[in-house]
Design a protein around this ligand. Sequence first.
Ligand code: 16C
Length: 258
Amino acid sequence: ERLKSGQAVPVTPPPTSPAFQHRLWPEIEKTVKQQVAMARMGIGDCGSGWQLFAEDGEMKMYRREEEVDGMVVDPLKAVHVVKGITGHEVCHYFFSPQYRYDWETTLEQMTVLETISDDTLMFHQIHKRIWPASQRDVVFWSHMRKLPNDQDRDGPDIWTVVNNSTEDPDHPANAGKCVRIFLTVCLLCQTRVIPPKDGTPLSRDNISCKITYCSVVNPGGWAPASVLRAVYKREYPKFLKRFTAYVKNQTKSKPIMY
Ligand code: 16C
Protein backbone atom coordinates (compact mmCIF):
# COMPACT_ATOMS: atom_id res chain seq x y z
CA GLU A 1 0.00 0.00 0.00
CA ARG A 2 1.11 3.61 -0.63
CA LEU A 3 0.22 6.97 0.89
CA LYS A 4 -0.81 9.91 -1.41
CA SER A 5 2.79 11.08 -1.16
CA GLY A 6 3.83 7.79 -2.75
CA GLN A 7 5.52 6.62 0.45
CA ALA A 8 5.09 2.92 1.33
CA VAL A 9 2.96 2.31 4.45
CA PRO A 10 4.90 0.21 6.96
CA VAL A 11 3.09 -3.11 7.33
CA THR A 12 3.23 -4.70 10.78
CA PRO A 13 3.44 -8.48 10.54
CA PRO A 14 0.31 -10.16 11.94
CA PRO A 15 0.69 -11.45 15.50
CA THR A 16 0.92 -15.24 15.99
CA SER A 17 -2.39 -15.17 17.84
CA PRO A 18 -5.00 -12.54 18.74
CA ALA A 19 -4.17 -13.18 22.43
CA PHE A 20 -0.80 -11.45 22.09
CA GLN A 21 -1.75 -8.39 24.16
CA HIS A 22 -2.88 -10.39 27.19
CA ARG A 23 -0.85 -10.39 30.45
CA LEU A 24 -0.34 -14.18 30.14
CA TRP A 25 0.98 -14.00 26.59
CA PRO A 26 4.75 -14.15 27.31
CA GLU A 27 4.19 -17.22 29.50
CA ILE A 28 1.94 -18.86 26.89
CA GLU A 29 4.51 -18.32 24.12
CA LYS A 30 7.38 -19.68 26.21
CA THR A 31 5.44 -22.71 27.51
CA VAL A 32 4.03 -23.68 24.10
CA LYS A 33 7.51 -23.60 22.50
CA GLN A 34 9.02 -25.68 25.33
CA GLN A 35 6.19 -28.20 25.43
CA VAL A 36 6.11 -28.73 21.67
CA ALA A 37 9.89 -29.27 21.60
CA MET A 38 9.60 -31.82 24.43
CA ALA A 39 6.65 -33.61 22.83
CA ARG A 40 8.61 -33.94 19.57
CA MET A 41 11.48 -35.74 21.32
CA GLY A 42 11.39 -39.49 20.83
CA ILE A 43 11.02 -41.92 23.71
CA GLY A 44 14.64 -43.10 23.37
CA ASP A 45 16.20 -39.63 23.04
CA CYS A 46 18.65 -38.31 25.63
CA GLY A 47 18.62 -41.48 27.75
CA SER A 48 15.36 -40.18 29.15
CA GLY A 49 14.39 -43.35 31.05
CA TRP A 50 10.79 -43.65 29.86
CA GLN A 51 9.16 -46.92 30.99
CA LEU A 52 6.28 -48.45 29.03
CA PHE A 53 3.32 -49.02 31.38
CA ALA A 54 0.37 -49.50 29.06
CA GLU A 55 -0.07 -50.66 25.49
CA ASP A 56 -3.14 -51.33 23.38
CA GLY A 57 -2.77 -51.71 19.60
CA GLU A 58 -1.07 -48.55 18.30
CA MET A 59 -1.35 -46.82 21.69
CA LYS A 60 1.75 -46.80 23.92
CA MET A 61 2.05 -45.06 27.28
CA TYR A 62 5.30 -44.32 29.07
CA ARG A 63 6.03 -42.77 32.46
CA ARG A 64 9.03 -41.74 34.53
CA GLU A 65 8.75 -42.27 38.26
CA GLU A 66 9.39 -38.91 39.95
CA GLU A 67 8.56 -37.47 43.35
CA VAL A 68 8.67 -33.88 44.65
CA ASP A 69 8.44 -33.39 48.44
CA GLY A 70 7.20 -36.98 48.75
CA MET A 71 4.43 -36.45 46.19
CA VAL A 72 4.20 -38.51 43.02
CA VAL A 73 4.55 -36.26 39.94
CA ASP A 74 5.39 -38.97 37.35
CA PRO A 75 5.64 -37.40 33.86
CA LEU A 76 3.59 -39.22 31.23
CA LYS A 77 4.18 -39.50 27.50
CA ALA A 78 1.70 -41.32 25.29
CA VAL A 79 1.79 -41.97 21.56
CA HIS A 80 -1.07 -43.21 19.45
CA VAL A 81 -1.97 -43.45 15.76
CA VAL A 82 -5.65 -43.21 14.90
CA LYS A 83 -7.09 -43.78 11.43
CA GLY A 84 -9.72 -41.53 9.84
CA ILE A 85 -9.17 -38.29 11.75
CA THR A 86 -6.91 -35.23 11.39
CA GLY A 87 -4.76 -33.39 13.90
CA HIS A 88 -6.93 -30.30 13.53
CA GLU A 89 -10.03 -32.33 14.43
CA VAL A 90 -8.37 -33.96 17.46
CA CYS A 91 -7.23 -30.57 18.78
CA HIS A 92 -10.62 -28.97 18.09
CA TYR A 93 -12.48 -31.53 20.25
CA PHE A 94 -9.82 -31.46 22.99
CA PHE A 95 -9.75 -27.66 23.22
CA SER A 96 -13.43 -26.70 22.84
CA PRO A 97 -15.39 -26.53 26.12
CA GLN A 98 -18.71 -27.57 24.55
CA TYR A 99 -17.52 -31.19 24.09
CA ARG A 100 -15.60 -31.64 27.36
CA TYR A 101 -18.32 -33.32 29.42
CA ASP A 102 -18.80 -35.81 26.57
CA TRP A 103 -15.32 -37.33 26.88
CA GLU A 104 -13.70 -36.16 30.17
CA THR A 105 -14.88 -38.82 32.63
CA THR A 106 -12.94 -37.48 35.65
CA LEU A 107 -14.75 -34.13 35.45
CA GLU A 108 -17.34 -32.96 37.96
CA GLN A 109 -17.60 -29.29 36.96
CA MET A 110 -16.00 -27.10 34.28
CA THR A 111 -16.19 -23.29 34.10
CA VAL A 112 -14.70 -21.05 31.41
CA LEU A 113 -13.24 -18.19 33.48
CA GLU A 114 -12.03 -16.06 30.58
CA THR A 115 -12.10 -16.11 26.81
CA ILE A 116 -8.74 -14.56 26.04
CA SER A 117 -9.24 -15.14 22.30
CA ASP A 118 -10.70 -17.79 19.97
CA ASP A 119 -7.66 -19.98 20.55
CA THR A 120 -6.93 -19.19 24.21
CA LEU A 121 -9.23 -19.88 27.19
CA MET A 122 -8.92 -20.00 30.95
CA PHE A 123 -10.68 -22.80 32.84
CA HIS A 124 -11.58 -23.82 36.37
CA GLN A 125 -12.28 -27.53 36.72
CA ILE A 126 -13.37 -29.63 39.68
CA HIS A 127 -12.57 -33.31 39.29
CA LYS A 128 -14.13 -36.38 40.87
CA ARG A 129 -12.86 -37.31 44.30
CA ILE A 130 -10.59 -40.32 44.65
CA TRP A 131 -11.03 -42.06 47.98
CA PRO A 132 -9.31 -41.61 50.47
CA ALA A 133 -7.77 -38.35 49.14
CA SER A 134 -9.47 -34.93 49.08
CA GLN A 135 -11.21 -33.72 45.97
CA ARG A 136 -9.02 -31.80 43.48
CA ASP A 137 -9.54 -28.67 41.41
CA VAL A 138 -7.38 -26.87 38.85
CA VAL A 139 -7.15 -23.48 37.12
CA PHE A 140 -5.37 -23.48 33.77
CA TRP A 141 -5.04 -21.61 30.50
CA SER A 142 -5.50 -23.60 27.30
CA HIS A 143 -4.07 -22.56 23.95
CA MET A 144 -4.61 -24.16 20.53
CA ARG A 145 -2.18 -23.51 17.70
CA LYS A 146 -1.33 -24.51 14.15
CA LEU A 147 2.38 -25.16 13.60
CA PRO A 148 4.28 -25.08 10.30
CA ASN A 149 5.06 -28.53 8.91
CA ASP A 150 8.81 -28.13 8.36
CA GLN A 151 9.37 -31.73 7.23
CA ASP A 152 6.67 -31.68 4.54
CA ARG A 153 5.82 -28.16 3.38
CA ASP A 154 2.96 -29.41 1.16
CA GLY A 155 1.63 -31.71 3.87
CA PRO A 156 -1.11 -30.87 6.38
CA ASP A 157 -0.34 -28.53 9.28
CA ILE A 158 0.63 -29.83 12.70
CA TRP A 159 -1.75 -28.84 15.53
CA THR A 160 -1.22 -28.57 19.26
CA VAL A 161 -3.12 -27.76 22.44
CA VAL A 162 -1.16 -26.80 25.55
CA ASN A 163 -2.78 -26.56 29.01
CA ASN A 164 -0.85 -25.03 31.88
CA SER A 165 -1.80 -24.19 35.45
CA THR A 166 -2.26 -20.56 36.37
CA GLU A 167 -3.83 -18.48 39.14
CA ASP A 168 -7.16 -16.71 39.36
CA PRO A 169 -7.88 -14.30 42.24
CA ASP A 170 -11.57 -15.32 42.22
CA HIS A 171 -10.64 -19.00 42.62
CA PRO A 172 -7.83 -19.07 45.20
CA ALA A 173 -6.09 -22.41 45.75
CA ASN A 174 -7.06 -24.62 48.72
CA ALA A 175 -9.76 -22.20 49.93
CA GLY A 176 -12.71 -24.61 49.91
CA LYS A 177 -12.96 -28.38 50.10
CA CYS A 178 -10.66 -28.93 47.13
CA VAL A 179 -6.89 -29.30 47.00
CA ARG A 180 -5.42 -27.46 43.99
CA ILE A 181 -3.52 -29.60 41.50
CA PHE A 182 -0.95 -28.21 39.06
CA LEU A 183 -0.62 -29.51 35.55
CA THR A 184 1.17 -29.06 32.27
CA VAL A 185 -0.32 -30.92 29.34
CA CYS A 186 0.64 -30.93 25.66
CA LEU A 187 -1.32 -32.63 22.89
CA LEU A 188 0.57 -32.65 19.57
CA CYS A 189 -1.08 -34.00 16.42
CA GLN A 190 0.41 -34.78 13.02
CA THR A 191 -1.84 -35.79 10.12
CA ARG A 192 -0.62 -38.35 7.59
CA VAL A 193 -2.20 -38.53 4.16
CA ILE A 194 -1.68 -41.48 1.82
CA PRO A 195 -3.48 -40.49 -1.41
CA PRO A 196 -5.27 -43.25 -3.37
CA LYS A 197 -3.18 -44.46 -6.33
CA ASP A 198 -6.08 -44.32 -8.79
CA GLY A 199 -6.51 -40.56 -8.31
CA THR A 200 -9.95 -40.81 -6.62
CA PRO A 201 -10.69 -38.02 -4.11
CA LEU A 202 -9.27 -38.31 -0.59
CA SER A 203 -11.53 -39.92 1.97
CA ARG A 204 -11.16 -40.68 5.68
CA ASP A 205 -9.61 -44.04 4.67
CA ASN A 206 -6.57 -42.13 3.40
CA ILE A 207 -5.78 -40.20 6.57
CA SER A 208 -4.45 -40.98 10.02
CA CYS A 209 -3.31 -38.92 12.96
CA LYS A 210 -0.22 -39.44 15.06
CA ILE A 211 -1.01 -38.18 18.55
CA THR A 212 1.54 -37.39 21.24
CA TYR A 213 0.11 -36.56 24.68
CA CYS A 214 2.47 -35.42 27.44
CA SER A 215 1.40 -34.54 30.93
CA VAL A 216 2.79 -33.74 34.36
CA VAL A 217 0.29 -33.49 37.21
CA ASN A 218 1.35 -32.40 40.69
CA PRO A 219 -1.37 -33.56 43.12
CA GLY A 220 -0.73 -30.43 45.22
CA GLY A 221 -1.14 -32.17 48.57
CA TRP A 222 -1.08 -35.53 50.21
CA ALA A 223 -2.34 -38.51 48.28
CA PRO A 224 -1.04 -42.05 48.80
CA ALA A 225 1.56 -42.86 46.11
CA SER A 226 0.17 -46.35 45.50
CA VAL A 227 -3.37 -45.03 44.97
CA LEU A 228 -2.16 -42.25 42.71
CA ARG A 229 -0.10 -44.56 40.48
CA ALA A 230 -2.95 -47.07 40.32
CA VAL A 231 -5.38 -44.29 39.35
CA TYR A 232 -3.32 -42.84 36.51
CA LYS A 233 -2.43 -46.31 35.15
CA ARG A 234 -6.16 -46.88 34.76
CA GLU A 235 -7.30 -43.35 33.84
CA TYR A 236 -4.76 -42.27 31.18
CA PRO A 237 -5.38 -45.26 28.83
CA LYS A 238 -9.12 -44.90 29.43
CA PHE A 239 -8.93 -41.20 28.53
CA LEU A 240 -6.94 -41.60 25.31
CA LYS A 241 -9.05 -44.51 24.02
CA ARG A 242 -12.36 -42.89 24.88
CA PHE A 243 -11.37 -39.44 23.61
CA THR A 244 -10.05 -40.67 20.24
CA ALA A 245 -13.11 -42.92 19.75
CA TYR A 246 -15.24 -39.85 20.49
CA VAL A 247 -13.44 -37.77 17.82
CA LYS A 248 -13.82 -40.61 15.27
CA ASN A 249 -17.52 -40.85 16.01
CA GLN A 250 -18.10 -37.08 15.89
CA THR A 251 -16.29 -36.63 12.57
CA LYS A 252 -17.22 -39.79 10.60
CA SER A 253 -20.00 -38.15 8.59
CA LYS A 254 -18.50 -34.66 8.47
CA PRO A 255 -16.20 -33.20 5.80
CA ILE A 256 -12.50 -33.63 6.66
CA MET A 257 -11.15 -30.61 8.56
CA TYR A 258 -7.46 -30.33 7.66
O1 16C B 1 -5.76 -33.68 29.56
C1 16C B 1 -6.85 -34.08 29.89
N1 16C B 1 -7.89 -33.27 30.14
C2 16C B 1 -7.87 -31.85 29.99
C3 16C B 1 -9.26 -31.30 29.99
O2 16C B 1 -9.97 -31.64 31.13
C4 16C B 1 -7.03 -31.14 31.04
C5 16C B 1 -7.27 -31.60 32.42
C6 16C B 1 -6.58 -32.46 33.10
C7 16C B 1 -6.87 -32.82 34.50
C8 16C B 1 -6.06 -34.00 34.88
C9 16C B 1 -6.05 -34.27 36.36
C10 16C B 1 -7.31 -34.72 36.90
C11 16C B 1 -7.12 -35.61 38.04
C12 16C B 1 -8.20 -35.49 39.03
C13 16C B 1 -8.50 -36.70 39.73
C14 16C B 1 -8.84 -37.85 38.85
C15 16C B 1 -10.11 -38.45 39.24
C16 16C B 1 -10.27 -39.86 38.79
C17 16C B 1 -11.67 -40.27 39.07
C18 16C B 1 -11.84 -41.72 39.13
C19 16C B 1 -13.17 -42.03 39.71
O3 16C B 1 -5.70 -31.20 30.65
C20 16C B 1 -7.09 -35.59 30.07
C21 16C B 1 -6.82 -35.95 31.47
C22 16C B 1 -6.86 -37.41 31.77
C23 16C B 1 -6.80 -37.60 33.26
C24 16C B 1 -6.20 -38.88 33.68
C25 16C B 1 -6.10 -38.98 35.18
C26 16C B 1 -4.77 -38.55 35.70
C27 16C B 1 -4.66 -38.74 37.18
C28 16C B 1 -3.45 -38.02 37.71
C29 16C B 1 -3.39 -38.03 39.19
C30 16C B 1 -4.11 -36.85 39.79
C31 16C B 1 -3.88 -36.65 41.24
C32 16C B 1 -5.10 -36.79 42.07
C33 16C B 1 -4.78 -36.82 43.51
C34 16C B 1 -5.83 -37.50 44.33
